[in-house]
Write a protein that binds this ligand. Structure first.
Ligand SMILES: [Zn+2]
Length: 157
């Protein structure tokens, strides 16, 4: 159990009420540390974040179903875009995602899984850029090494 104590941190992000970046990703704890390292490596240190099980899944699932306004992820992207002026949206999907597995989506092998996620990312990115002309999307797929000790972030383009 962590022993919480009073803490004070120096931060710069309160100087502005807008930011450029929004990250949309899965809440899977296994990728938490790797996600932070990935963002740091990319030079992204100030960002809004939408982190829910499955990440972009609910966004993709809602496209074309006439319930776009009911999409949790879509509505929060819209909120951050208009409220915080985010315009660079990073969509991150990952291998072995429990949300897809829970919904009965199974893959024959790692290649099939990656191809599936690449398609989902393209659909999500295209939908967002079409919905919000000032938004530019960046697509990433996080995959684990065979021994599950490393995570590789692949740029999807
Ligand atoms: Zn996941």
């Amino acid at each position: 159990m962590p022993a919480f104590k009073n803490s004070t941190f120096r931060i710069d992000s309160f100087c502005s009420h807008t930011c450029d970046h929004l990250i949309v990703l899965c809440s899977d704890f296994r990728f938490g540390k790797a996600n932070l390292k990935f963002l740091k490596e990319e030079g992204i240190d100030v960002y809004d974040e939408i982190r829910i099980p499955g990440g972009i899944k609910s966004l993709v699932d809602s496209i074309g179903s006439f319930i776009d306004e009911e999409s949790f992820v879509f509505n929060w992207i819209k909120f951050f875009h208009f409220k915080h002026k985010v315009r660079l949206v990073h969509l991150v999907s990952h291998a072995n995602c429990g949300k897809y597995i829970a919904d009965g989506i199974v893959f024959d092998d790692d290649e099939a899984e990656e191809l599936f996620h690449r398609r989902q990312l393209f659909v999500a990115g295209g939908f967002l850029e079409q919905s919000f002309p000032k938004i530019r999307t960046f697509l990433h797929y996080a995959k684990m090494s065979k021994n599950r000790k490393k995570v590789e972030y692949v740029k999807v383009e």
